[in-house]
Write a protein that binds this ligand. Sequence first.
Ligand SMILES: [Zn+2]
Length: 128
Amino acid sequence: MTEDCPCGTGQAYSACCGPLHDGQAAATAEQLMRSRYSAYALGRTDYVFRTWHPRTRPDEVENDTTLTWERLEVLRSQGGGADDLVGVVEFRARYRTSVGAGAMHETSRFERRAGRWVYVDGDVEPTS
Ligand SMILES: [Zn+2]
């Protein structure tokens, strides 16, 4: 299967976010962020839950089927590398619902926990 990865790297899903969804650790906070976006896009809410910090995650991550994720743009990435313990990724994600198109602009915080990047929380930015 050579389907393009939903996260927009231009790589095949099987060479991009696929292995992460199957259990491989993300190397950077940005990679984790991309794989979480892909998981939302593909309805893999189990992965979204698993990569959410236990301190901040909801009891359950719901799969919102009224919404189709269309495109991800990573606007800024700070820290979150191999030698970091925290990272920040700012992104814009575009989606479509039955009533039209929308976008979500967020600055997300990530933490490395037991060697694995997890999502902590984020600030929603005004959409432009
Ligand atoms: Zn990907």
